[in-house]
Design a protein around this ligand. Sequence first.
Ligand code: ADP
Ligand code: MG
Length: 420
Amino acid sequence: MTKLEILHRFFGYSSFREGQESLIDAILSGCDAVGVMPTGAGKSLCFQIPALLFPGITLVVSPLISLMKDQVNSLVQNGVRGAYLNSSLTYSQYRAALRNAKAGVYKLIYVAPERLLTPEFLDFAAHADISMVTIDEAHCVSQWGQDFRPSYLSIPEFIRQLPKRPVVSAFTATATPKVREDILQLLALQNPTVMLTGFNRQNLYFEVRHPKDKLAETFRILEEHPGKSGVIYCSTRKAVEEVCSALIQRGYAAVRYHAGLSDEERQSSQESFLYDRTPIIVATNAFGMGIDKSNVSFVIHYNMPKDLESYYQEAGRAGRDGAPADCILLYSGQDVITNRFLSSHAEENEQLNEEDRALVLQQTEERLKAMTFYCHTTGCLREYILRYFGERSSAGYCGNCYNCNHLFREEDVTEPAKTV
Ligand code: ADP
Ligand code: MG
């Protein structure tokens, strides 16, 4: 089969998107490869298609159990032989999956990074025919990134222990230049083909408001988007509860989503929103990973997120269909304080040693500052974001953000001024 036949037959798509085909070609030619593409660009296919064409197994290192489950389930539904190995399996399930893997049942095996250097897994890997190791969410290897996972650092050691070096590919959506460098170095990629597709999403309109009353402002925004589908992100569960109740009281159909709810309620909120039964979802950042809904016409941030990586990822869930969509952030000084509090109490930092933790906190603070400046800049908001991600845009004027449409125009009043 060719890669195009696989695209049709297993995934049901008729053509490749920007960047996919050349990455797939590079990987199939035996090159290491890195794909830096925004969320929703379609990075999974870039390793799944080569995985189906390679003679051996592809291991996919992935940081989140829920992400592994979703991806493997949809592969299996499409008729691809896939499995995952992580802590959601009981020991006997894990053993059984490894036995199947040894017998060559799977083409793609998703594995948690913590498993790689365990004796059982190493023993399997030593005898398996591994064609490729793919590292998804590769920014987790970097302390400069937002989701540093120390266990990602063991990936190159695992690869070194394999009898034959496989092709290594890495994918991420959030790569500032420093993180990108870390990915190349810390994962010990060899002469990789790097594919960087544009982060710009011209159909997204950006605006920051500094309202006295965020709830009243939210109602105002909703009135500007009658009947449209949208997400309202809040930084705490409590805020989700308050905003969602206020909306319902006001007669809006809205569902809530945060990690404090039962699995059933979260599932039902998510589906209700995805299938257009309820237009508005009020959520913490627990909502959205791997969500693929095309017709989201606005994303309101009721609170400023902790960094631009999070902001752009969350705001970027709007307008996937290419239609104009609004990304509006409601800023208050309190948001800075809340974020500082949340990051100093972040659970994921507890496993780090003191030195690492200090470093991570320092990076977190830097990112928070950059996020806060975004909320205060009078320059082009899009340019600010793209520059942060290391993309140079020449214009400094995008014509589709509040600052371009209002602040710049105010400076350009020479003609009316003359007539006064
Ligand atoms: P990423 O990992 O880059 O965030 P995913 O790999 O999860 O993105 O893909 C996002 C969505 O785009 C998925 O629903 C996927 O099936 C879809 N998709 C990927 N490639 C194509 C394509 N060539 N044509 C149409 N849809 C695609
Ligand atoms: Mg992905």
